[in-house]
Design a protein around this ligand. Sequence first.
Ligand code: ZN
Length: 328
Amino acid sequence: MRSSTKTKAPNHQDAFLSVDIGGTNVTCGLVNRRGDVLAMDIFPIAQAGSGSEQIIQTIIQRLKALWASSKLGAPLAVAIGAPGWIKPKEGLVVNAPNLKGWENIPITEMISQGLGLPARLENDSNLYALGEWLAGAGRGCDNQIVVTLGTGVGAGLILNGKLWNGSFTSAAEIGHIPLGPSNTVKCGCGRVGCLETVASARGIARMAREWLEAGQETIFKGSLQELDAQVMKELAERGDPMSLHVFKQAGLALGQILAGVFNLLSLERAVLGGGASGAFAFIKAALVEYLEPRLVTATIDQIQIVKSSLGIQAPLVGGAGHLSAEGF
Ligand SMILES: [Zn+2]
């Protein structure tokens, strides 16, 4: 597996633990140096406990169980992917808007002590981007953005063949770029009109709810609770006006922000991943419709908008790549 900085000689038996803490699910994995996911465990964060302390203790137990179930020796280290604003060097989750009550959590020390292993913290979207770049749909592309459409909207930037961290750690927070004064929806971050209020799973659910409340046309007959991204994708495939409208809005909003990002950075590719990317075909159509006439640094034929190929494994693979690059 490629790595952005120094690497040791490849040993496919070297194993790393990776954990991706999302707003909805926690995913744990045992990954070798080549980037193969050897074992995986996924569970809803709501079932892991009520506060950060309980959730982190559950994560430690699940990582221990994953490690015990393998026939490999001790993992070399553990990579932690956390959402929101983090301080990787200090091992701190400063504030995670989609995880209630997570403020100034010393997660690296807690997990490292719980497992008796060295640990490293990175932004979850950065690890996702690293995974797709090293072993997925982002392979071979040195200038790209990897966007995750999950509970929120995150992104990781690969620039000149390196993960871009910026000066204040969590770079590429495109989910919180404002869409403009016409959008007055309050975001989980406390601001108003962020991309995330439209293009995330939450944004998609909100727009569907508003459509239903307005009594507009739809073939959907169930209750609001059943209306997740997967159900809406199936509805869109059957021509449902509500789902087609909502995915179009999400795609146009993404296109608006990505037009700025592509023109600013002269990128070659955008990889779309995360739970809501199941509806990729519908979102992409609207995204390209918005983007094509607004691209300045390249034509639409010179860039690629592609779907993530590793899916939920991407941050686990990225975690192993990150640890490798850190010299483990
Ligand atoms: Zn926001």
